[in-house]
Design a protein around this ligand. Sequence first.
Ligand SMILES: *Cc1c(COP(=O)(O)O)cnc(C)c1O
Length: 369
Amino acid sequence: MPKANETVLEIDLSALTHNFNYLKSKLKPNTKFLAVVKAFAYGSDSVAIAKHLEMLNVDYLAVAYAKEGVLLREAGVTTPILVLHPQPVNFITIIKHCLEPSIYSQRILDEFVKVAEAEHQNNYPIHIKFNTGLNRLGFWENDIDLIASKLSRTKAIKAKSLFSHLAASEDKNEIEFTKNQIASFKSIAEDFKSKLDYSPWLHLCNTSGIINYPEGHLDMVRSGIGLYGFGNSATEDKQLKPIASLKSVISQIHNIEKGETVGYNRVYKAEGFETTATIPIGHADGITRIYGKGNGFVFVNGQKAPIIGNVCMDMIMVNVTGINCKEGDEVIIFDGLHKASNLAESSGTISYEIITAISQRVKRNIIPA
Ligand SMILES: *Cc1c(COP(=O)(O)O)cnc(C)c1O
């Protein structure tokens, strides 16, 4: 890998292949695989990721919002795309780009039927979302009759799948709750299917569901974080490879005396003669202020250097006292060895948040498999 000479997020497609194959190895051969590529494929590059997954024969993709799906279609991605959280204002766009909406409420169902009929659609694929305990989006069990009767009264749409989402699949203290969610989804699905003359696919598991609940795999699974290299547990993290490496460079080094302060509001005060390095990445790039004040850290020539003082919009200052380094040296914020999950945990957050936060200002460098 060439050394970074500016702030860059490297995306390693061979790590993505590895993670995809590892997660698939947990499934029965005929279980389908949906890759979640919302939020720029968890802060990486949704087009590069979707195209690579397409090449690996992924069955489905999912995004959160319609515009994320449009971006993929315009880049030439042809795999079916589920839109997890659509709004009526986007329904025409959704149909125009062959995106498939999650239908999560009566209002959304009525609005989508209206638009699909006006657009002269026939059996347009939709995915019906049930709430089984997350209490975020989804129909309730007692909506089944109503949905089934609405489906029977239109030819414009067809339920391609029924799905639900687990609330705590990574949490060993919530096994009973999760098993109840699985049972409740299975019973909803059976009841619903009995009212149709065809069989929609069923899907429920996210990454931690794939790992912890084989009984919930059903017809398809939906994985996001695992593809990007995190398994929500130390044992699974060992099997997966983070695909993204965030690297930067030392812009300037300062030697400061005891009592001098660093950065805005003079939050950090030197306890003796100290050396600081200024790095060109800040809260506008996704390194939010929670990583400041000594919580977060970077690696300079293999050594850990804490982020001192307040994080600025465009830069951070780190303490490199005693670390052999010079201006222009590479800095690792996270990579396959220095994991984003560790940095996230240092500051009270999770891998999902830190990786999706890396803003579009940071250059992406795609490393082919
Ligand atoms: C984001 C999301 C996923 C992916 O979850 P991971 O924990 O990243 O695997 C799956 N399903 C739904 C409905 C989601 O919103």
